[in-house]
Design a binder for this molecule. Sequence first.
Ligand code: HEM
Length: 203
Amino acid sequence: MQSISTGLLYFFALGVAGYAAFVYGFLPLGSLVHPEMKASFLAHSYAIYTHAFASIVALVIGPFQFSASLRANRPKLHRWLGRSYLTIGVLVGGLAGLYMSQYAYGGSVARLGFALLAVLWIFTGLCAYVAIRRGRFQDHRKWMIRNYSLTFAAVMLRLYLPASMVAGIEFTIAYPIIAWLCWIPNIIFVEWRYNAATHNKAI
Ligand code: HEM
């Protein structure tokens, strides 16, 4: 069961990262998005490219950082990957995401959803960093799990969007809802799983 969920984590994280790298690396900007989003991307091209490529770094590095064998056998690599994850991925990707959130498609509901996601992404990353600098390993692990559940919003968004299309929900209605739905269940899920796991260990 554990290996299936780990496999799915790698599959979706690397799949969405590869997709985004291809689309933003090789296709003209905004090729595959709604025309209004395209106009906003063209008006803020530096920010959307910075956001997409920096965030890809976080999406790709994340799953490897949870590998116990990598942490045990290559602690230096774990530290360097962690620093890249937090600085390039979360900090740069998150600040550019926060900037883009004010222009997001879907009005103030979508904008607030993305803005809060960006703030929490940076905040949980900061908490994880502070915890490890103070030698609090359990807290570091807990904050990193929370943080990556927010990174995973990128995957959930790209699963909910086609699902909403298949369900026949209009994009104008679906998008602002998905701006929240892509991250709130993730954080609830990891909180529930983490508490259940620590409770089981205690008894
Ligand atoms: C977790 C914090 C994140 C926040 C707050 C965030 C925020 C945003 C915002 C506001 C937009 C513009 C949407 C619009 O104009 O309607 C956007 C687009 C985009 N984001 Fe993020 N994002 C996050 C994570 C990620 C990650 C981890 C990736 C990695 C693949 C990513 C890749 C993209 C891409 C490729 C786009 C362009 C839209 C598309 O082609 O689907 N984002 N993001």
